[in-house]
Design a protein around this ligand. Structure first.
Ligand SMILES: C[S@@+](CC[C@H](N)C(=O)[O-])C[C@H]1O[C@@H](n2cnc3c(N)ncnc32)[C@H](O)[C@@H]1O
Length: 394
C-alpha cells in the first residue's frame, strides 16, 4: 500500500475519533485525577496513548520537549507542567482536528499552571519531516504514534536531526513479537488501530540504532493484545544522542555480571571478570543507565574473580523445570547477552525459556533487561522435565 494512502487513512481515522469524542486505543498509565487539576476534560477524553512517556522524573525545568503526534495535547500539557514557565514544548501533529482541540485548550492549561502565557507551540507537520530546526530539542516524547508511520526509518532520522547532542527520547509505542502478515499490513482500518504498522521489537531497535541512537532500553513493557497469535505490546523506550568526549577518566571496563558475557551497541564484547580497554565513545556509552550497573570502570586493567564481592552471578536453582510457553526478550541496551546457564539472548528476539530460567530472570539484577510474554494459546500440562546434570534444560 502507498505511504500516502496509509497516512490519509490514519489522519481521517483520528479526525473522526476526535470530532466524535471517541474512546480509542491502548493501555495508558497517566493518573487522570492528577491531570484533571490542570488539563480540561475534552483533552483527557481523547487521550489515545499507550504509555506515560512524559512521566519521566528526569524532565528538567527549562528544557525544550518535543512531542511527535501530539493529538489532543495530553503529553504536551504534562510536559508543560514539568518544564515550568522557562521551558518550551512543541507538539507536532498532521491532523487539523487534533491540532484545533489542543490549541483551544492551551491557554486554559497555562492559566491553571499559573503561567503568563502558554509555553506549548502546536505545529502542523509530519513525523517524517518535522517542522523543527536541527538540534533544537532536549527531549523527544511520543505516545502511540510511530507505529502509525509508513516510513519509520525517516521518523527515527528526523528524531536524531532535531535532538541536541546529549539529548534523549522517551517514547511509548505498540510493537509486536514477530512480523505482521500482509493481510494485516494491507488493511487500512487496522493501521489506525495501531496494529498493521507495529514493528517487531528487534526491528524497532534496529531502526533507532541505524539513526544513531545508543543506550536504548526499555522503561516499561505491557502486553496489550494477541491477534492471530501475534502479541502486540505497549513499550516505553528511552535512548540517547550521545556526545563523545575526547578524553575520559575510565580507560578500562570489567563486566561484573550478572551476565557472563555481553556485546554493547558499538559491537564490543565483554566477558565477566576480564578487563577490556575502552575508547572515549564506549566509555560514554557504558555510563548510560543499565550499562553502568554491569561494569567496574578503572584507570588500569582490573580483573575480577568469583571471590570478589562485586562479581555477580545468578544460577538456576537445582530442581526440575517446566515448559509453560514463556518467551524472554532482551530489551536493551546490549545487542546480545549470555546468562550463566548457556542462553544467548539477542535484543528484541523472543527466546523460549523454562520455569527455572523464568525465575532467574525475575531476579532484581536481571529484571530491568527483560520482558517476558507467554505464547501458550492453551494451558500446557506443565510436565516436569529432569534437567541434565551438567546444565540447564533449555
Ligand atoms: C494514537 S493518537 C495519539 C495521540 C496522543 N499522542 C495521545 O497520546 O493522546 C495518534 C496521533 O498521531 C498523529 N499522527 C499519526 N501519524 C502521524 C504522522 N506520520 N505524522 C504526524 N502525526 C501523526 C495522529 O493525527 C494522531 O493525532
Amino acid at each position: 500500500m502507498e505511504s500516502e494512502v496509509i497516512t490519509k487513512a490514519v489522519s481521517e481515522r483520528y479526525a473522526h475519533a476526535v470530532t466524535n469524542g471517541e474512546e480509542m486505543c491502548c493501555p495508558t498509565g497517566y493518573d487522570h485525577e492528577d491531570l484533571r487539576s490542570f488539563i480540561p476534560e475534552p483533552v483527557l477524553k481523547v487521550s489515545y496513548g499507550c504509555g506515560t512517556p512524559v512521566g519521566l522524573s528526569t524532565v528538567q525545568p527549562g528544557e525544550t520537549v518535543l512531542d511527535i503526534g501530539s493529538g489532543g495535547g495530553i503529553d504536551c500539557f504534562e510536559a508543560s507542567r514539568r518544564v515550568g514557565p522557562t521551558g518550551r514544548v512543541i507538539g507536532i501533529d498532521m491532523t487539523d482536528e487534533m491540532l484545533a482541540l489542543a490549541r483551544t485548550h492551551a491557554p486554559t492549561v497555562a492559566k491553571n499552571l499559573g503561567y503568563a502565557e502558554s509555553n506549548v507551540d502546536f505545529r502542523k507537520g509530519q513525523a517524517e519531516a518535522m517542522p523543527v530546526k536541527n538540534e533544537d530539542v532536549d527531549l523527544i516524547v511520543s505516545n502511540c504514534v510511530i507505529n502509525l508511520s509508513p516510513d519509520k526509518p525517516k521518523v527515527f532520522q528526523e528524531m536524531f536531526r532535531i535532538l541536541r547532542p546529549g539529548g534523549r527520547f522517551s517514547i511509548s509505542d505498540i510493537v509486536s513479537d514477530h512480523s505482521i502478515p500482509n493481510y494485516m499490513i494491507h488493511d487500512k482500518e487496522k493501521w489506525g488501530d495501531c496494529l498493521s504498522g507495529a514493528l517487531p521489537l528487534h526491528e524497532y531497535w534496529g531502526g533507532l540504532r541505524a539513526a544513531g541512537f545508543l543506550g536504548i532500553h526499555q522503561v516499561n513493557l505491557i502486553p496489550w493484545r494477541v491477534i492471530d497469535g501475534i502479541h502486540f505490546l505497549s513499550i516505553t523506550l528511552t535512548g540517547y544522542k550521545l556526545t563523545t568526549p575526547t578524553t575520559t577518566a575510565s580507560k578500562f571496563a570489567t563486566l561484573k555480571g550478572p551476565f557472563s558475557q555481553i556485546t554493547d551497541e558499538l559491537g564490543q564484547t565483554f566477558t565477566r571478570g576480564i578487563p577490556e580497554s575502552i575508547n572515549p565513545q564506549t566509555a560514554t556509552l557504558l555510563q548510560t543507565p543499565l550499562y553502568e550497573n554491569l561494569f567496574v570502570f578503572s584507570e588500569t586493567p582490573e580483573k575480577l574473580t568469583e571471590s570478589d564481592p562485586r562479581w555477580s552471578s545468578i544460577l538456576p536453582e537445582d530442581s526440575d523445570c517446566m515448559w509453560a510457553g514463556d518467551f524472554a526478550m532482551l530489551t536493551g541496551p546490549c545487542l546480545e547477552a549470555r546468562d550463566d546457564d548457556g542462553h544467548t539472548f539477542h535484543c528484541g528476539v523472543p527466546l523460549e525459556i523454562c520455569s527455572k530460567t523464568h525465575r532467574v530472570l525475575q531476579h532484581g539484577a536481571y529484571q530491568p533487561y527483560f520482558g517476558v510474554i507467554n505464547r501458550a494459546m492453551q494451558p500446557s500440562s506443565h510436565e516436569a522435565i529432569i534437567c541434565e546434570p551438567t546444565g540447564g534444560c533449555c
